[in-house]
Design a protein around this ligand. Structure first.
Ligand code: AMP
Ligand code: MG
Length: 408
């Protein structure tokens, strides 16, 4: 079955609803960074919680200013002062600092720069209107208002806002459990001498661990499984019983030793897709028991790109994130010719930068083969070339998609 990239992505995302949603847990505000809210967050207070001054200046009554532009100084209010017992005679003004509480009777705060000070008091130079430079109670957030919706990924600015409410812990979704394993007789764990002539390092499992860590998943690492259908089958059964999502790499194409495919066919409802995307044509997707399953292609570049483009959005959805992050993509000129064959959607790697005229242009990183890991060197974006497009000449417009934080 040949699928377009969009069809594949849609099917992957639709399957998320077949998995039961994650439980929740309480964590401290500090530990909530990058986690996802399991309930909406309500402000327990008004922010600001009292009328306060936006400037260093003078608190005035407009009625007094109507009588005279020169008012004697009756006192000073600092941030943190209790003004309940404040005595403020008619016909005077008060010195007031930024963030200090504004007395009820004050109509405005006049900024220092619009006044003149003398022995007699303060002379007010400009026009003064009711409410000038007073931050009103609840102006930023009203007590009881929803400030963060359920399913929101918590960023530093959001957590910073919650800290202004005095909130110290939050209910977030538990981390998604993801089991990973690599298949292939040729694989050697990194850090060990290569085990033979045809041996290579199992870089994919290492990469997956990094990606999943960055996506805040709990990882169950089942290691390297040899190309043996029985062992692969056992490993997959273990994986699916321990995790919400199982990810493998290798063994899903049409090679003679693609035993993962044989094992999967016996185990569950797995589709072996050929996706019209490059890199990353073979991709297996389905369910083993209650867990979702993604079988990535073995080539490291294909594995990374299919993970980024297809598995990442799935993981965000499964993790409880309700608003999909916005992928920043736009059109720019390519300054190189780009090799492209018609029939698949290409995710080539590029370097987006501004030229001497301050315009954004994209440069290719060079060779784009799915085994060429160097093609990520210096890259900061994908050059996304449409399925029905052929070779691209320099100067033509191409769509670029900036890498999100997963690749930075
Ligand atoms: P396969 O899909 O199993 O035929 O693998 C395709 C290519 O990816 C082969 O060159 C494999 O050696 C390589 N490969 C498979 N698994 C891994 C892995 N875990 N790490 C690095 N390369 C791999
Ligand atoms: Mg293999």
């Amino acid at each position: 079955m040949l699928l377009t990239f969009q069809q594949a992505k849609q099917q992957v995302l639709q399957s998320a609803s077949t998995i039961k949603s994650l439980h929740s847990e309480k964590v401290t505000l500090f530990d909530a960074l990058d986690r996802i809210t399991a309930e909406s967050v309500i402000s327990p207070i008004n922010v600001p919680s009292f009328d306060n001054s936006a400037m260093d200046g003078y608190a005035v009554r407009l009625a007094d200013l109507k009588q005279s532009k020169l008012l004697p100084l009756a006192g000073a209010i600092f941030a943190g002062d209790d003004i309940n017992k404040l005595h403020w005679p008619q016909g005077t003004c008060l010195r007031i600092m930024t963030g200090a509480p504004v007395p009820n009777e004050a109509d405005a705060v006049v900024m220092q720069e619009q006044t003149e000070k003398s022995d007699l008091g303060i002379t007010f130079l400009g026009n003064v209107k009711t409410g000038d430079n007073i931050r009103r109670i609840g102006e930023d957030v009203k007590k009881g208002a929803i400030t963060v919706n359920k399913g929101t990924k918590l960023t530093i600015p959001t957590l910073s806002t919650l800290a202004t409410f005095g909130i110290s812990d939050l209910v977030v979704f538990k981390k998604l459990k993801v089991a990973i394993l690599s298949t292939g007789d040729e694989l050697t764990p990194i850090g060990q001498p290569l085990s033979g002539n045809g041996a290579i390092y199992d870089s994919n499992r290492f990469t997956l661990k990094l990606l999943l860590t960055k996506l805040n998943c709990e990882i169950v690492d089942l290691g390297i499984i040899p190309d043996d259908p029985t062992q692969i089958k056992h490993a997959l059964i273990t994986a699916s019983s321990q995790a919400d999502l199982v990810i493998t790499s290798g063994g899903v194409s049409v090679g003679d030793a693609d035993y993962t495919k044989i094992a999967l066919e016996e185990l569950g409802k797995i589709n072996f897709w050929k996706i019209a995307m490059k890199p990353g044509k073979p991709f297996a997707f389905g369910k083993i028991g209650d867990a979702l399953f993604c079988g990535l292609p073995g080539n490291p570049v294909s594995a990374l790109i299919t993970f980024y483009q297809l598995v990442q959005p799935l993981i965000l959805t499964l993790s409880g994130q309700q608003i999909a992050p916005i992928d920043l993509s736009f059109k720019v000129k390519t300054i190189n010719n780009l090799k492209k064959s018609i029939g698949r959607l290409d995710f080539q790697r590029g370097i987006l930068q501004s030229n001497e005229y301050g315009e954004l242009v994209v440069t290719t990183t060079g060779q784009q083969g799915s085994h060429v890991t160097q093609s990520f060197n210096g890259a900061n974006c994908f050059i996304v070339l449409e399925q029905d497009r052929g070779n691209v000449n320099k100067g033509e417009m191409v769509t670029v998609e900036l890498f999100n934080t997963l690749l930075k």
